[in-house]
Write a protein that binds this ligand. Structure first.
Ligand code: SF4
Length: 72
């Protein structure tokens, strides 16, 4: 069986520093930041998935209010 992995849809992600998907991850596998100098409360980059630590549980995809994390 091939497990799906999280993928960030850049068309939906708001790059919030307080990323709900990152907060819920039990492994700390979604890396958010650094803070944008131009946009308050937002990161300058989209979140990165650390595939070494991700256990492919899908909790991040369920937690994102924008539907920006998809298991693919
Ligand atoms: S699939 Fe699970 S372990 Fe992987 S980044 Fe999402 S919440 Fe974290």
């Amino acid at each position: 069986m091939i497990l799906k992995m999280p993928w960030i849809d850049r068309g939906r992600c708001d790059r919030k520093l307080d990323c709900a998907a990152a907060r819920v991850c039990p492994r700390g596998a979604l890396e958010v930041g650094p803070e944008s100098e131009e946009e308050e409360g937002r990161a300058s980059e989209y979140p990165l998935v650390d595939l070494e630590h991700c256990r492919r549980c899908g909790d991040c995809a369920k937690a994102c209010p924008e539907g920006a994390v998809k298991m693919v």
